[in-house]
Design a protein around this ligand. Structure first.
Ligand SMILES: Cc1ncc(CO)c(N)n1
Length: 231
């Protein structure tokens, strides 16, 4: 399912085969289960209570910390300045606008300082953190791009999919806006293009490793959102 031969067999029947399209398809059913996760509908329809939104954001900030470090690894391992500029600009947004959304959410919904400083992460949050750290520490540039393509593309996909209710809490609206805007669409398109290019050049073993990283990241996304969904 994850070898270059599998990709070539799939590509033979496609008009314009892209490695990232194939990776997404081989990640089903987890891909669609994440994009269509009921958490995102509850969010967009204003059905998440304030403390439920805040609890999700606390767990997600646990994702964002090693994710920010992973962008740092990507900047370091990128082949040159062109990639470092795009990744660095995304890092700028993440550590300014997006970080501010988290901080103001914790403030607005009264998340105690003790929770902010030492959050009680769910096992699924910890498993995702471990994957991001391992990818940054031991992965090559294509492995890092695979993880980034998954995390950013699934968030773009749900944000484009959902229909927003009127009168959402402004911070919920802000959270959706962060993942549904032209700059973010461009960033995801760039990540996909760069992974398509880098994957093309990998030897067979590295190609399989990259594809497995992609699929595992999708599985972690699904498990994380299943765990944070209030029931
Ligand atoms: C779990 C998760 N995946 C992806 C994103 C988008 O960066 C996010 N904020 N959280």
């Amino acid at each position: 399912m994850t070898t270059r031969a599998d990709f070539n067999a799939w590509a033979a029947n496609q008009e314009a085969p892209r490695i990232t399209t194939w990776l997404r398809e081989t990640s089903e059913p987890d891909w669609s289960a994440t994009v269509h996760h009921p958490l995102f509908d509850a969010l967009a329809e204003g059905r998440l209570a304030g403390d439920e939104f805040a609890a999700y954001m606390v767990q997600d900030y646990g994702f964002v910390d090693p994710f920010t470090a992973l962008i740092g690894h990507a900047i370091g391992r990128a082949p040159g300045m062109a990639d470092r500029v795009v990744l660095g600009q995304f890092m700028g947004m993440l550590t300014s606008d997006e970080n501010s959304t988290f901080q103001r959410t914790f403030e607005a919904f009264g998340v105690p300082v003790s929770t902010r400083e030492a959050p009680d992460y769910l096992p699924e949050t910890r498993a995702f953190q471990a994957l991001l750290r391992e990818t940054g520490d031991g992965g090559g540039y294509a492995d890092i791009l695979a993880a980034l393509v998954v995390t950013e593309w699934v968030y773009l996909a749900w944000a484009l999919r959902i229909t927003r209710a009127e009168g959402l809490h402004p911070l919920v609206g802000e959270w959706i806006d962060l993942h549904d805007n032209p700059a973010f669409q461009d960033f995801v398109a760039w990540l996909r293009r760069r992974l398509d290019e880098e994957a093309e050049r990998l030897d067979d073993a590295a190609f399989t490793r990259m594809a497995e990283r992609f699929r595992e990241t999708v599985a972690r996304e699904r498990a994380f959102h299943d765990a944070v969904m209030p029931r």
